[in-house]
Design a protein. Structure first.
Length: 337
């Protein structure tokens, strides 16, 4: 009888734990959606042209490259790493895409495959050097940032490659939906990334690595392969981001993506992913991308200057980091009590 009561108690506790986790996730999503709705209402009151379907479609069609890069950055931050090279890797992959299509006459499929493969190789290099040689990912990816940017300039002779209509269909709005194929692919990657993170053993391993890597080692799991795979994934998604950006601009610019790594980190942190690792959500990072995109578009519509936009965006990032720090302290206090 006692064993039956014990099992019932454990079942009830487990169900209660799942319920609390679901409530917390739903609360986080609702909080981000509330911020997004507040921003839309604010800019709508300041500009007569903001709350329109065309404005929202334009924002959606401008974010696929940042969205897929933010997905990769979410995984990197969850394992307590960082990748500063994604903007330059994206530019390199876009440059090689343009070189393949314009100078070599390759079709778009093979050119895109080349771009994504180069991104994958850059990510693998980041992961192998950082993990196997125990070098901080900040230093390794900072070096890759310069290497990829230099290769981007060398491959194009520092000139923009104009590709034209052969690739712009990827980033052009569909006639019926008003949204681009790139946007739908990016949303699909967000959903797949969330499933991988929250519903698979691999995702749980990543969270455990970011929470306490030493404990993962002591439990008999080698964290090195998973960490290398995360950096490879981030590089591959940066390559895909290069394809999306080239399709949106109908060209490959070796100067593209400067500062994009900061925008990706900002979106992920605004979405609630911890800079210290161990916690994050791909869907929340996507909402963070939307918040940044709406903020930048709204500031542009009300006539804010570029320095003002950078100032306000920076303040939003700082506030998000402070909120994350306060959340961690609150969680630590609850765990001790």
């Amino acid at each position: 009888m006692a064993s039956v009561n014990t099992k019932a108690t454990r079942t009830t506790d487990a169900a209660g734990g799942r319920g609390r986790r679901l409530f917390g996730v739903a609360g986080e999503y609702l909080g981000l959606l509330a911020v997004l709705a507040t921003m839309v209402g604010l800019f709508g009151s300041l500009s007569d042209h903001f709350v329109r379907a065309q404005t929202f479609a334009t924002i959606a069609n401008q974010i696929p490259d940042l969205t897929v890069i933010a997905v990769g950055m979410t995984f990197v931050l969850i394992i307590a790493g960082i990748d500063l090279s994604v903007g330059s890797v994206m530019a390199l992959c876009a440059s090689l895409l343009g070189l393949a299509m314009v100078d070599w006459g390759w079709p778009v499929v093979w050119s895109a495959a080349l771009a994504i493969s180069v991104g994958l190789c850059c990510g693998l290099a980041n992961g192998i050097i950082s993990v196997w040689w125990s070098i901080p990912s900040f230093i390794v990816t900072l070096g890759m940032l310069e290497i990829a940017r230099g290769c981007s300039y060398l491959s194009t002779n520092s000139q923009t490659k104009y590709i034209g209509a052969s690739i712009e269909w990827i980033g052009a709005p569909l006639a019926d939906a008003g949204l681009s194929p790139a946007f739908f692919v990016a949303v699909g990657i967000v959903l797949c990334g969330q499933f991988l993170l929250s519903q698979t053993v691999f995702g749980r391993h990543l969270v455990a690595i970011g929470t306490n890597e030493q404990a993962v080692r002591l439990s008999g799991i080698n964290p090195a392969p998973a960490k290398v795979m995360v950096f490879a994934l981030a590089g591959m998604l940066a390559g895909l981001g290069g394809v999306f950006q080239a399709s949106r601009l109908s060209s490959a610019d070796p100067n593209a993506g400067i500062g994009l790594e900061l925008a990706a980190i900002a979106a992920v942190v605004i979405g609630g992913t911890s800079l210290m690792g161990g916690r994050g959500s791909v869907v929340s990072s996507f909402l963070g991308v939307l918040i940044i995109a709406v903020l930048q578009s709204g500031l542009a519509q009300i006539g804010a200057t570029e320095p003002t936009k950078r100032l306000i965006t920076g303040l939003v990032i700082v506030v998000a980091v402070i909120v994350d720090a306060c959340r961690q302290r609150f969680a630590a206090r609850r765990s001790r009590s």
